[in-house]
Design a protein around this ligand. Structure first.
Ligand code: 5GP
Ligand code: MG
Length: 372
């Protein structure tokens, strides 16, 4: 089964494999064979979606039967329009017959309810409903679904006859709409020396996230003289701050480069409340949101010792001087306090104890992420 697929503007992920569908159809067909062996049933497939299901059911039916199709549509795009259109194609006398309506999927139940009424009005002896998929959470009607293959949650699916705006009917497996609300978007914080870089790397692997370090994004854009990089450089060269709008546009481009991402780790951004609001806006425009601000918490004295230790070997001048180190830590807390407050109000702030082994800290971070 392919991993992710794209139809028009939307992404879909694998949901139900063909063999599972076949097993479900076997079971529907077994029951039909048992119940209707002497009824010469008229199978009426609802086009277009049910064409594959009809073919599979009819192939398995071992007794006399007839097959016909009707057409109607109650669906446009991915949202039910709550209205069943005109029925086309019922060109035979069905009075006295046992009719089996074959549907690809029953969602609200509007379609089968309307059909069942029409068929009964025309004097059918019995109307049975058989559907390959059934969404119990979406079902609002009373009439009994006599046979269903697979119950599914209230998600939009494609494949095995079902389409999204015309595409996807030919897929032999079923896919479900990938909702971007499932993305895990983390804003990662940690004072200098807390091991943020190490943890970002681990989380990226573990959760299949894309790590967006603002520093790296700037360097990349400037080095490659992208339009935004050149613009950013013009501010930097004048000794001015790069406007948030430029930064957010660069981040936007990074997000767009990774349409299949399970989520992002933002590192180095936001720094201010205004930036946090811009990030929120950016993710909202992608149908997503910031899931959490995760901050590694390490006692100042531990940080100072760690950085001084690192300074002995790293050669980074800002790791060698205790005064400089303490100031960097202070700047971090001054900046972070605003964002901590911002995300706390949204119940999205999570402080994580950053003292311990790498695995131990990863476990603590994972406990937070797994709960999101
Ligand atoms: P109902 O009348 O029960 O709300 O909807 C029935 C029809 O809506 C189905 O025959 C199908 O055409 C369409 N439909 C409902 N749910 C889905 C879905 O998840 N995917 C697709 N592609 N069509 C659906
Ligand atoms: Mg249909």
């Amino acid at each position: 089964m392919d991993s992710m697929i794209k139809l028009h503007d939307l992404q879909f992920v694998p949901f139900i494999a063909e063999n599972e569908i076949q097993t479900a159809i076997d079971s529907v067909a077994d029951r039909l064979n048992k119940d209707l062996s002497d009824k010469n049933p008229l199978f009426i497939g609802v086009l277009n979606g049910a064409f594959m299901f009809v073919s599979e059911v009819v192939k398995r039916f071992k007794f006399d039967c007839e097959v016909s199709f009707i057409k109607l549509a109650s669906y446009q795009g991915t949202e039910t329009t709550n209205q069943v259109n005109k029925l086309i194609g019922l060109d035979r006398d069905i009075s006295g017959r046992t009719v089996v309506v074959l549907e690809d999927i029953v969602d609200t139940g509007n379609t089968i309810t309307a059909l069942s009424e029409v068929f009964k009005d025309q004097g059918c002896e019995d109307v049975k409903i058989a559907t390959l998929f059934f969404k119990p959470e979406a079902y609002t009607k009373k009439i009994k679904i006599d046979y269903f293959g697979i119950e599914i949650p209230n998600k939009f699916i494609v494949g095995y006859g079902l389409d999204y705006n015309g595409l996807g009917r030919n897929l032999t497996d079923v896919y479900q709409l990938k909702s971007s609300y499932n993305m895990t978007n983390l804003v990662l914080f940690g004072p200098p020396g807390a091991g943020k870089g190490t943890q970002a790397e681990v989380l990226k692997q573990k959760y299949d996230l894309v790590h967006i370090s603002t520093g790296d994004v700037f360097r990349y854009n400037i080095k490659n003289a992208t339009e935004l990089g050149t613009l950013a450089k013009s501010y930097i060269d004048k000794g001015q701050l790069v406007p948030d709008e430029v930064t957010i546009n660069m981040l936007n481009a990074e997000v767009d480069k990774n349409p299949q991402a399970q989520g992002f780790i933002f590192d180095g951004f936001p720094r201010t409340e205004a930036q946090a609001a811009s990030l929120q806006e950016l993710l909202t425009s992608k149908g997503s949101e910031v899931s959490a601000m995760v901050a590694l918490e390490v006692d100042d004295e531990v940080l100072v010792q760690r950085l001084l230790e690192r300074g002995k070997t790293s050669g980074r001048p800002d790791d060698a001087d205790e005064g400089v180190i303490r100031n960097r830590i202070k700047v971090y807390y001054d900046e972070t306090a605003i964002l901590k407050n911002y995300y706390q109000k949204q119940h999205k702030y999570f402080g994580v104890d950053g003292v311990g082994g790498i695995d131990e800290i990863t476990d603590r971070l994972s406990a937070v992420i797994d709960e999101l």
